[in-house]
Design a protein around this ligand. Structure first.
Ligand SMILES: [Zn+2]
Length: 427
């Protein structure tokens, strides 16, 4: 089937399923799980498990998932072969590397460990259909879409048609070049990660860029509340979000601007991190992926659940994606115990210390050393520093040294994480 026809087919399927199951997520997931089981019998890893209950399937983290890469996928593709192809493509800037018609995607994790993902043409078409269905939206007016991506996010497909004109922007190209191209395009829909949206917003503020998108969608990185507020002010409209990674398209915003998990094709289990059951790691099962089944895959992201969205969606809503497990500061208190200091606490301490702080980063460098970057005057830096010290004192953590960093701790082309921990404590 031609790729575009497939997309259309899936768009119709998505609408039909909505009608048939009428938001009964449980029933839909059970049905899809049964269908999935039939399709993964050629996975050497899962075939012995097929007769078992869902709960008996093992929970895999990224490390275990990659360790069993060769056995998990249903196309007999080895990890070595797939990563060789993906790495070669990265060097030659070929955005569609494939092996036996299966697209290979490479993600270089924050801690340097690379992950390889596989997707068939069908799966990519389904991904595109869901993005059109719940992110870009249907319209009979031709729309130009500017899509900023990391070079290695090659699971995506550009679909140009009479109605949608996708334009790919490479994040590793200089900002100057990208902004020029953006001005020429003047897109109706702008899709980019927060760090890029912030750059675009700055250019608009400085009058060096004049674009008027109707819809703005933030992808790939956690969108911090304060950054969201700033972007909404500059663009003068709501910032929509897509929670998406190589593991799949996980969540999209509803009409109230709240993120909801795509539970019509995902099963989300929650592994709570705290007694209050506020934060959890999601364990995802993608009911539509069969080339490389994603079953009970534990993500490293810390999610806060939202309980009070007023929209009609029955799927789990997200208050915020707080960051990754790697972003949690691990400091020693006065009793010698390790205390987890969640990124959101640190963010609040910084932001609420001074109303003129917008751009900042906090990095734990050593056991008791924190690097703090604050854009602004000495006063802003001192206020933020004082506020962090107070936060730590409340957690009975003393003796942490805070040093001033001259630059934002962010490498272009990588995810912006304002709070992070580079010190690996053994616990
Ligand atoms: Zn909602």
């Amino acid at each position: 089937m031609i790729f575009k026809i497939r997309i259309l087919y899936y768009l119709i399927e998505i609408k039909l399923i909505k009608l048939l199951f009428n938001n009964n997520l449980n029933k839909l997931q059970t049905w899809r799980w049964k269908v999935l089981l039939k399709k993964i019998s050629s996975s050497p890893f899962y075939s012995p498990l097929i007769k078992h209950q869902f709960k008996n399937f093992p929970i895999l983290d990224k490390k275990e998932f990659l360790k069993n890469f060769d056995l998990i996928n249903t196309k007999n593709i080895s990890f070595d072969k797939a990563s060789e192809i993906a790495l070669k493509a990265e060097k030659t800037r070929d955005f569609k590397p494939s092996v036996n018609n299966i697209t290979v995607g490479l993600s270089t994790g924050t801690s340097g460990n690379k992950a390889v993902f596989l997707a068939s043409e069908k799966e990519r078409a389904y991904w595109t259909a869901t993005i059109i269905d719940r992110v870009i939206g249907w319209s009979f007016r031709k729309r130009k879409v500017a899509f900023f991506l990391r070079a290695n996010s090659n699971l995506y497909e550009s679909v140009n048609s009479k109605l949608i004109d996708f334009n790919f922007f490479d994040l590793l190209v200089s900002s100057e070049q990208n902004l020029k191209k953006l001005q020429l395009l003047n897109p109706n829909v702008l899709v980019a990660q927060p760090s890029m949206l912030l750059e675009i917003a700055d250019a608009i503020k400085n009058n060096t860029l004049k674009i008027k998108p109707d819809k703005i969608i933030s992808v790939a990185e956690a969108l911090y509340v304060d950054d969201k507020r700033y972007l909404e002010k500059i663009f003068n409209q709501k910032i929509h979000q897509v929670y998406q990674c190589n593991e799949g398209f996980l969540a999209h915003t509803c009409k109230y601007g709240n993120l909801h998990f795509n539970e019509d094709f995902l099963i989300i289990e929650k592994q709570y991190l705290d007694k209050e059951k506020k934060r959890f790691f999601p364990i995802i099962t993608d009911l539509k992926r069969t080339t490389q089944p994603i079953i009970r895959y534990k993500l490293d992201d810390i999610i806060h659940e939202k309980f009070d969205c007023l929209c009609s969606l029955k799927s789990t809503a997200i208050e915020m994606v707080e960051g990754r497990n790697d972003d949690v500061l691990k400091l020693i208190n006065n009793k010698g115990d390790i205390v987890l200091v969640f990124p959101d606490f640190v963010r609040r301490a910084v932001i609420f210390s001074d109303k003129n702080i917008f751009n900042y980063s906090v990095t734990q460098k050593e056991k008791n050393l924190i690097d703090l970057f604050i854009e602004g005057e000495d006063l802003q830096y001192e206020n933020a520093k004082k506020s962090i010290i107070e936060l730590l004192r409340n957690l009975e953590i003393e003796g942490v040294k805070i040093t001033r960093s001259k630059n934002l701790d962010h490498v272009k082309g990588t995810k912006l994480r304002r709070i992070k921990n580079e010190y690996k404590i053994s616990n």
